[in-house]
Ligand binder design. Structure first.
Ligand code: PEP
Ligand code: MN
Length: 355
């Protein structure tokens, strides 16, 4: 697949720092939030004009009325603008107003018809398009969207990591699933990755560690929702930062990192060593557990498997309570037990098939 990298889009320097409000709400709020984001270090402005919200009673976006506000904000700051498109009509309107970069949102990427319609509307148009990861962790929907766009001639493309809707996201709003993102980067070489810690975290106090982790993965940009009065925002209030907050965040994100004060390099390495050793112990325990599980499968075979299934709800509650006493949060216990249970089913099925 032929992909033009961000630095050759002729729009903004890399890394992209895309900031501005979740939604354009009023003219004043859009102009002020974008001006604040620009002063804090953004090199591309954002504002959602159309908002595909999960609930019908949430703010659904101001619509075309907000377009001139975003365009004006771009002119005032001398920066390119970006917005989300969910339909071919949105593409047409955004292009009419001269929006510089478009993105397809997480709830749109799950719908191949919608992506195909957007791709068709972009045929022959030289505008960069960013594709957010689909809300569900379905790799082929994400890679498929790039292929659909590529088929229509779109070459300036990048991906946005905004986290996935899973039952185990806490403390985040959307689970980051870093391994899936790394796998995407492996499957789609040349597609640069932009981190959206705002939609991953859902709360502003968690943004920095997520943004930093993305940096360690070599991401090529960040999208950070910024609003002059975030607590009063009409959408995503808890995750938006003030322009001042953005400035602080970017300062910390791009600060040179060294060994923490008062520690030697060896002391830090000793902690990594401990973590590696403990992961080794976990592997040993998992292997022992697998042996017991396979042994049990043999009894199931003899007794008739259906008679021998444990009361999963009761044993999960039991684990949640006993692990909880050792400080393991409920979500982690559920996640680990769910994975182990799936692993068990696979192992036991192998034994049952053999006999
Ligand atoms: C957004 O960027 O405001 C947005 C709606 O994002 P997502 O598609 O990630 O939910
Ligand atoms: Mn948002």
């Amino acid at each position: 697949m032929e992909i033009i990298p961000i630095k050759d889009w002729g729009i903004a320097s890399s890394p992209l720092i895309i900031a501005g409000p979740c939604s354009a709400e009023t003219e004043k709020q859009t102009l002020e939030s974008c001006a604040g984001a620009a002063a804090a270090g953004a090199n591309v402005l954002r504002a959602g004009i159309w908002k595909p919200r999960t609930g019908p009673h949430s703010f659904q976006g101001i619509g075309e009325e907000g377009m001139p506000w975003l365009v004006q904000a771009g002119k005032d700051a001398g920066l390119p603008t970006s917005t989300e498109v969910g339909t071919a009509e949105h593409v047409e309107i955004a292009l009419k107003y001269g929006i510089d970069i478009l993105w397809i949102g997480a709830k749109t990427v799950v719908d191949p018809y919608a992506v195909e319609n957007i791709a068709a509307a972009l045929k022959g148009v030289d505008v960069p398009v960013m594709v957010k990861n689909p809300a569900t962790p379905t790799m082929s929907l994400w890679t498929g969207a790039f292929k659909r766009l590529h088929n229509q001639g779109v070459r300036k493309m990048a991906a946005i990591h905004r986290g996935f809707a899973t039952p185990y996201a806490a403390p985040f709003r959307h689970e980051p699933l870093w391994d899936m993102v790394a796998e995407f980067m492996r499957l789609m070489p040349g597609v640069e990755m932009i981190n959206d810690p705002s939609h991953i975290c859902g709360r502003r106090d968690l943004l920095l560690p997520i943004a930093r982790k993305a940096k360690s993965y070599g991401h090529h940009g960040w999208m950070i929702e910024t609003h002059t009065t975030p607590d009063e925002a009409w959408s995503d209030a808890a995750q938006q930062v003030t322009p001042e907050g953005l400035k602080t965040l970017l300062g910390k994100l791009f600060a040179e990192t060294n060994v923490p004060q008062g520690k030697t390099k060896e002391e830090v390495e000793a902690l990594w060593y401990d973590l590696n050793r403990l992961d080794g112990d976990l592997a040993e325990l998992l292997q022992q557990r697998a042996e017991v599980s396979k042994e049990l499968a043999k009894y199931k075979q003899e007794a008739g498997a259906d008679l021998m299934y444990e009361d999963w709800d009761a044993s999960l509650e039991n684990r949640i309570s006993s692990w909880g006493n050792q400080g393991i949060p409920q979500g982690l216990t559920r996640r680990i037990m769910d994975l182990i249970r799936n692993y068990d089913l696979g192992l036991q099925n192998e034994v049952l098939k053999e006999s």
